[in-house]
Structure formats: C-alpha cells, structure tokens
Design a binder for this molecule. Sequence first.
Ligand code: GLU
Length: 503
Amino acid sequence: MTKKVRVRFAPSPTGPLHIGGVRTALFNYLFAKKHQGTFILRIEDTDQNRYVEGAEQYIIDALNWCGIPFDEGPNKNETFGPYRQSERKHLYKQYADKLIASGNAYYAFDTAEALDYHRKDHEAKGKTFIYNWHNRLKLSNSLSLSSEDVQAKLDAGDDYVIRFKSPQDETLHLMDIIRGDIKIDTNILDDKVLFKSDGMPTYHLANIVDDHLMEITHVIRGEEWLPSLALHYQLYKAFGWETPEFAHLPLILKPTGKGKLSKRDGDKLGFPVFPLKWTDPTTHEVSRGYKEDGYFPDAMINFLAFLGWNPGTEQEIFNLDELVSAFELERVHKAGARFDPDKIKWFNHHYMQEEANDDLAEAFKKQHTELKEIDVNYISLVVGIIKERATFISDFWELSSFFFTAPTSYDEKAFKKALKDDTKDIMTHVISIINTIEDFTVENLQTNIKGWITSNDISFGKVMMPLRLALVGALQGPDVFDIMYMIGKNETVKRIENIVKTL
Ligand code: GLU
C-alpha cells in the first residue's frame, strides 16, 4: 500500500507572506488534493529574534482568502501537533543528542570572535572559511578536545553549538522530482549548526525532525532551499529515517526576467507582492495587497499556478478544482518564472465575467456613496452591461456613472465633433419620437429612431453622436439604446433637452 500523501507549508512568521510563499503553499495544496492527501501548516518560529507580531495570522488569513486552507495546523486537527516549532522546543534536544551519540554530530565551543577571526583571515587571503573535515581538528570542539575538557566546558555552562559532522570523500546522490538526480561531493559541505546552547534547534534540525514526526511524504518548497538538501539527506540517513521526496520550485523573477522578485519590488515597480495588505507593527508602513487592490482570489490562484507550472496544453483558464486534477509536479519546470503583473490583470478580467452580477453590484454599491440610494437590482443590470470592459470593480464608476447621474459637462472635443448646425432640430425631433413611444423598450426605441433616420436619409452620426453625448457626456459607453432604456424615458428626454439648451 502506498503511503497517504502528507505535505507541509512551513513558513517562518517573519513578516507578511510574499507572493512566492503563496505559490509554494498553492503547489503543496494542489499536490495534496490531487492525491487525496493532507495539507499541513507548520509555523517555523525557532528564530525568536525574527518573530513578527501578526505574521502568523496574516499567513492563515492569506491562505483562507486564496481558498487553499490547511487541513492540519495551529488550532486545527492537531493530531501531529503542536504545529508551532516554538511549542515543540522540548522535542529537539534529544535528537541532537542522538546524533552526538552516533558520531554524526559534535559539540563546538568556538566563540563568535574566534570564528570571525578565521572568516576575516580567510577573506584577506581570498579564501572562504568553511568549518568542516579539513580544519575541524584545529578548532575548538569535542573532536579536537579531550572528553574531560569537553565535559568541563559543558559543566561550566560555556556556550556551545552542536554541529553536523559532514563526511569526507563521499558522493551524495540527491533526488529532486523537478531537477532530477543531483550529485554532491561531501568535501565541499560545511558542518552546519544544528542546535545552540540557548536550547533552540536551527532550521535544519527542527525541519527534519518535524517532517519525520509529522510523517511528511513530499517536501515541496522554494529553490532557495536546494543548497540545504545535501545536509537534509544526510540527516535522514544519520537518523536512519526514510527520506521524503523533494521538489524545489523555481524562483520567481522580476517582470524584466532578471533577478529574483523581492519583497521590496512591489513598492518599486508599482504592483503588490503580497496577497493581503500588511501594516508593519513597528514602522506602521503599509504594503499593498492583491485583495485590497481588487483582485479575485480565483485570478490570483490561476495566475500563481502558472508561475513555474503549465498543463502542457494551450488552456490557461483553470479554476481550483481543474488545477487540482491537472497539476503534476513533473510538469513544474526548473527555469525561473517571470512575474508578469499584466497577466494577473488579464486573469482578473476573466474572473470578473464569471462573478455574479448581484455580488459585483453589492461590492460596487459599497464603494460609492453616490449609489447609496440606488436599488441594487438596477446596479446589477448596469454591471451586466459594463463589466466586459472592466478589470476591477473600481473601474465600474468610470464606465457607468451616466447610468446613475446626468452628465454635468460635455467632453470638449466630442462636443465640437458631434454638434452641427442642424443638431438642435434633429434632437428636438428625437425627443418627439421618444415621447410617442408608449412601451419604452430597447426594440421600440431602435425601430422608431432608426426607422426615422433611414426614411429621412439622415446620416447616422448626425443623430447618434449628439444623442450619445447628451446621455453620457462623451463619445463612449455601451449601446445608446441600452442606456436610454436603462435610465428611462423621463431621464432620457431631460438629458437631450439639456444638450439642446446649450446650442
Ligand atoms: N521555514 C522555511 C521557510 O521559511 C521552510 C523551508 C522548508 O520548506 O523546508 O521557507
């Protein structure tokens, strides 16, 4: 029997979740759902210095807004809990001790000053200081010191770290679903710190222990963790645990295609890089979010799914269920994925058309005090007419204000273009036609006005242009007859009379 798929999204709550983090969460979610597995949220908060108030709640809110909630995590189905590493603190020391006992790790007592000295000394010689097999016996640790000295230091409460003892002259074969087989020469690896005397594990130890205890089957995470893979493989081996499968997702690149998209790029390049708005708890600096900028979660998800993955067909529109069935880690590519802020607008426009007009109308009404007294059913009809030209709900007013209020001025250029000597007579006649229409429908308006135009051999522009200008205030907007029908007979006549007065 194959094991039940269990994947985890393991962010550190050091600030708002970057859009790349949301993509990682999404790919984990899609993979889990595709295989009827479990999607876990684990909060990696071992580095208390970098802990930011509100960041954990932000992560949870962002996943919920995107419609990709976790199955297990803080305060939810806590079978493998707790899910915050700070609450699992007591667990890790015994694993570090096991590694020491098995000869896979050792105590190191080098002071920060000593290490700094070595680093600078190497730098001056154009070299990089690596703490590993080639120099560890010359440094201060339980491999170079006598066991009495080591015990004395520990008893005296000296600061220490526990380092992994990376082997010499071995070749590691790492496997990554996206990148294939990777060979690593252990001689280039350093003896990474796993545990510190403050009682806290480092990311590496906590991450591996938790993935094991939480029975994670697949580790899906960003490419920036690829350099840690060799150590993680060795840790699994040292513990004698089964290694999960790994998939490292490609970087997300700036819109230019050059360089990694960073948290700062949003401000610089004028688009959000966070799912939700974020207010920094100390500086009170505000960062924009996709939600508050008017994006639909479906658009966000569809857009993010294509950052590094494609279905291998021409199809671009995928709702969440379709993504779940189409998604395959094997189809995720290695090359960095360019972030195109115009593409998410394109998706937003698409998903806008799928939204119910009533829901859009409710949201539109909330945004504009001018609509406070207006029946939402009427707003909904207007939305149905104009949404095809909108990307955001915030575009609606610009596209539809004339459905709610008469123009207060006329576009100057259009005015010159549309109004001729005979306009006054023509408009007066149009008013009389409209007044005779009992049943004020689009069809009746069309038949009567168009009929009159053709039978009198007048050019269409001479009638339709001033008419549009009277109704809209500019030479734009949807069909003139639709507008007349929507605003009603009285308002239509009033607006035409208004323009006649100016002539
Ligand atoms: N805490 C790491 C992060 O912030 C998790 C990396 C991993 O998934 O192993 O991205």
